[in-house]
Design a protein around this ligand. Structure first.
Ligand code: ATP
Ligand code: MG
Ligand code: MG
Length: 622
């Protein structure tokens, strides 16, 4: 049963929560899709003005991802708000939380005890969303009290199950198993829906599949519902294709590379294609944009605006941009650079640079910008052009400047020996290895947000051991003993399962830490201790840590190999029926500040790494 409402009336929050509830009660993709499309279709029919709001609430965001305002209200503030609304003691709420591991459930169950003088009006999606935006924006002086006040207002007006979803939203994650791809598909389906049912079933399916591809592709070029939804409502799916194109000022989700373990594997994969090898620089991704009006912007791998981190790059662009180049989107790597020795410095040096509001005069870490792709130039999107052409435009539109800007070194190799020589050369220049890319034809377009097989990475570490390093979320810790008495002594790590929105444990790690780093981890993670494991942590009692954390930090980790494990849950059901995969001899490398918990290595990647251990017996000589 769904909750209904009248035409032109605001969409009730209850209607959305009802859909959340149905979605949460199933794990079947198609069913989830059907329920969501049904809600979206009704919203489009009855009150399209609320459509954007409904979509944002489904994704639990308050603005486009790249604007980086996150909800994420801390556990203690939520506990306080729940306690004050329901007249319970915070300690009692906390106790319930450790029992259930879901503050949303606790809020819902504690609702009824408090008598209210007057009954507030039922919540609408608009009211909830507007308040969430306000809460996300509160900062500074008595921000805590102000947040609690807003949250209490909402909580008091909640009915039935609403409090459960409201609290989860405020925590920063709905956890109902609703992935963004599903939202995009329903978005397309609700726009092409044929209410009169004039089309045949088959025709309708065909149209809806095509529509959902168009919508997804538009979203990867322009990741903003603020832009996409109004265009869809006004001009339909076909209109979207024409009107929604990559443009400077809105970051594109970067294309990602596939790990490989040997030159032979590389050659197997690119067989039959023209390809190119580039140095793989060890810095951080930077997407440099110039708008028509000359404004410059830099975005990180995560689409975060990092313009104020690199004022020196912004400043030097005028020397690099040729006169006829009026607007562009450039894909680059920023690397720490020693101007005296004219050599590259490792990522560890770059990572000491301040993250925001850097003043040019305070800069100690000098950087050089290495460009490898051009996605847009003078009003035209290049995403669908072959790499060979994009590279030519790149070279024509910009000029190299010593110590400041360079095109990545490349070589269009053809055989093992040439690649081997170039790989050795890259190591000598302090690079991590090579990126091998398909150069021409359909397979060489720029694929936003995809980990593509048309870009292969070949790193030094791959040649022995597991292959790539893993980026894992710290979800628990063991208290230290002996020399580590005042800090955590070992940690529990997890990979991410995006389908189920769960973190699956993968190993316990106690190696690779200096004393100082252990102290820093303790200081940081202490603030994120939670009283019980989240209900979206997949773990086994056999690997219980002493304390649990919120999923807030990602660590890069190397391992000797992967093995099947009875107590860890990574990729469970994917390589073994009911056992997971775990890392042997894991070693801490560094904190990945540029990755959020949801950008962690996925269970699918873990499964693939596990399998590739067996079909890659031949090793590369160096
Ligand atoms: N020539 C190049 N072409 C493309 N990317 C390059 C190049 N040189 C360096 N890079 C960097 O290498 C990254 C990909 O490899 P890396 O293993 O460092 O990825 P990562 O940041 O750990 O992310 P993931 O492991 O999720 O791919 C790119 O995102 C980019 O920042
Ligand atoms: Mg890197
Ligand atoms: Mg990596």
């Amino acid at each position: 049963m769904s909750v209904d409402w009248k035409d032109n009336e605001p969409v009730p929050y209850a209607a959305l929560c009802k859909t959340f509830e149905t979605i949460e009660s199933t794990t079947k993709r198609l069913e989830i899709q059907k329920h969501l499309t049904s809600l979206f279709t009704r919203v489009v029919e009855k009150n399209p003005e609320d459509f954007l709001t409904v979509i944002y609430l489904c994704l639990n965001r308050v603005c486009p991802e790249y604007e980086n305002h996150e909800l994420g209200v801390g556990e203690s503030l939520l506990i306080k708000s729940i306690a004050e609304t329901t007249g319970r003691k915070p300690a009692k709420v906390k106790e319930e939380l450790s029992k259930w591991g879901d503050l949303g459930k606790v809020a819902k169950d504690s609702k009824t005890t408090q008598p209210t003088l007057f009954v507030p009006k039922p919540l609408t999606v608009k009211v909830v969303f507007d308040k969430m935006k306000i809460i996300a924006g509160i900062s500074g002086h008595d921000s805590q009290e102000r947040k609690v006040r807003e949250i209490k207002f909402l909580l008091t007006a909640c009915r039935g199950k609403e409090a459960k979803y409201l609290i989860r939203s405020l925590e920063g994650k709905l956890r109902i198993g609703l992935a963004e791809q599903t939202v995009l598909t329903s978005l397309a389906q609700s726009i092409v829906k044929d209410p009169a049912q004039k089309l045949s079933r088959a025709k309708e399916t065909e149209e809806s599949t095509e529509a959902s591809e168009i919508v997804k592709s538009a979203y990867s070029e322009v990741p903003s519902y603020d832009i996409i939804v109004p265009i869809l409502l006004k001009y339909g799916v076909k209109g979207l294709e024409e009107r929604c194109k990559l443009k400077p000022g809105i970051p594109v989700k970067p294309m990602l590379a596939h790990p490989t373990k040997s030159i032979t594997e590389v050659l197997d994969r690119v067989e039959g294609h023209k390809f190119t090898c580039e140095f793989k620089y060890d810095g951080e991704r930077a997407q440099v944009h110039m708008l028509e009006d000359g404004t410059l912007k830099i975005y990180s791998r995560n689409l975060e605006d990092s313009s104020t981190k690199f004022p020196d790059i912004i400043e030097r662009m005028s020397q690099i941009v040729k006169p006829d180049t009026k607007s562009f989107v450039l894909d680059c790597e920023v690397v720490a650079w020693d101007p005296e020795k004219e050599c590259l410095l490792p990522f560890q040096i770059l990572s000491t640079r301040k993250r925001k509001d850097v003043k040019e005069k305070d800069i100690k870490v000098i950087v050089c910008l290495f460009a490898f792709d051009l996605l847009y130039l003078n009003g035209e999107s290049f995403l669908k052009k072959p790499l060979e052409e994009r590279r030519q435009h790149l070279i024509n539109a910009f000029q190299e400047v010593d110590n400041k800007f360079s095109f990545v070194r490349h070589m269009n190799a053809t055989n093992t020996e040439e690649i081997q020589t170039f790989l050795d050369e890259s190591f000598k220049c302090n690079c991590e290895g090579l990126m091998i890319k398909v150069l021409d034809g359909q397979e060489s377009t720029y694929e936003p947000s995809k980990r593509s097989r048309n870009w292969l990475k070949l790193k030094k570490d791959y040649l022995s051991g597991v292959g790539d390093s893993l980026d894992l979320v710290v979800i628990g810790a063991h208290l230290g003993r002996g020399k580590r008495t005042n800090v955590y002594g070992a940690f529990l790590l997890a990979c991410y399962n995006p389908e189920e929105e769960k973190y699956q444990t993968i190993c316990k790690i106690g190696t690779g830490f200096s004393d100082v780093s252990l102290e820093n981890h303790f200081k940081f993670l202490k603030e994120h201790e939670i009283s019980a494991p989240r209900n979206y942590y997949d773990y086994d009692k056999g690997a219980n840590p002493d304390v649990w954390f919120e999923p807030v930090q990602v660590w890069e980790v190397k391992a000797a190999d992967l093995s099947i494990s009875p107590i860890y849950k990574a990729a469970v059901g994917m390589v073994d029926h009911n056992k997971g995969v775990s890392l042997r001899f894991p070693r801490f490398i560094q904190v990945r500040e540029d990755k959020k918990a949801e950008d962690a290595t996925t269970c699918e990647q873990v499964a693939e790494m596990y399998r590739s251990q067996f079909n890659n017996s031949e090793n590369m000589q160096l």
